[in-house]
Design a protein around this ligand. Structure first.
Ligand code: ZN
Length: 278
């Protein structure tokens, strides 16, 4: 057992009462607010082109966080989410700064849980088919969410859409499409998740290491203050992590620099590092 593994947010030891702190991927207040029957609703997990499995919503939990986080700030976040649902269902209301941060923070916690669960070959509930390659977890972002760092939360690439796939609750997790196209392993550096709650759909991608640009389907809108839910266009089809494309910048230059270093003689390396060659 991995009882000594620290909390993924505050890094405190989770301790022996970890059993009580299983974090649900979809909490009761959020399910209720978005019109999802958590006791009987179905969850769809998609990977590639097919539905991997359907499980009960109540079974979706993971012991990844400590009791203090789960019962403290994370619980407050869950309790604030019905206000976001009210914004979504009203349609013509502008997303205000506070709700924008609440929604973003909640989505980031779901994304980070999925990184931990799907991205590191652990299982979630009774889902045991894992086909996706691992991802490098965006650990500094987890810390920023815990510390409530507004710049990190407001600046994370998050887009919203409106699903017409008629799903209770679904998620897609994995690698985005990447550029340069010849380096698919770069996907490990951009964990990507899509979360569907009835009509509400959200996308999170967290590229790390390199500079990047993100390309999203035209129906998606960046999650920013002022956004109105009625401006979200319907998106057909099941969600896939490859719906987003992350174009990394500077990858070829970095690879070329490493190749160049590897082929240098010792004296050349001394010369560029300022050492004497005599
Ligand atoms: Zn914690």
């Amino acid at each position: 057992m991995s009882q000594s593994k620290p909390c993924m947010f505050c890094f405190a030891e989770r301790g022996s009462n970890i059993r009580r702190s299983a974090e649900h991927l979809l909490s009761r207040p959020v399910a209720r607010a978005f019109g999802i029957d958590r006791d009987n609703g179905e969850v769809s997990r998609f990977s590639g082109d097919r539905r991997n499995s359907t499980v009960r919503l109540n079974g979706l939990k993971r012991k990844s966080v400590c009791v203090a986080c789960n019962n403290g700030w994370m619980n407050q976040l869950e309790q604030a989410m019905p206000n976001v649902a009210a914004w979504f269902f009203a349609g013509d209301r502008s997303l205000d700064e506070g709700l924008n941060l609440t929604l973003r923070k909640w989505l980031l916690t779901r994304h980070l849980l999925l990184c931990e669960i799907d991205g590191n070959t652990a299982n979630f509930g009774d889902v045991d088919e894992l086909e996706e390659d691992y991802v490098v977890p965006p650990s500094s972002l987890a810390r920023a969410v815990y510390e409530d760092t507004v710049d990190a939360i407001a600046g994370a690439p998050i887009a919203l859409g409106r699903s017409s796939a008629d799903l209770d609750f679904a998620w897609a997790f994995g690698h985005p499409a990447v550029r340069p196209e010849g380096r698919p392993q770069l996907g490990r550096f951009a964990a990507t998740s899509g979360l569907t709650m009835r009509e509400f759909q959200a996308w999170v991608t967290t590229p790390i290491i390199f500079d990047y640009e993100i390309y999203a389907p035209p129906e998606l809108q960046l999650c920013v203050p002022g956004l109105r839910a009625e401006d979200l266009e319907r998106r057909p089809g099941i969600p896939r992590s490859t719906d987003l494309t992350v174009a990394f910048r500077g990858v070829e230059e970095t690879a070329a620099a490493i190749d160049r270093l590897a082929s240098m003689s010792e004296s050349e390396i001394r010369a560029i590092s300022g050492g004497s060659t005599t």
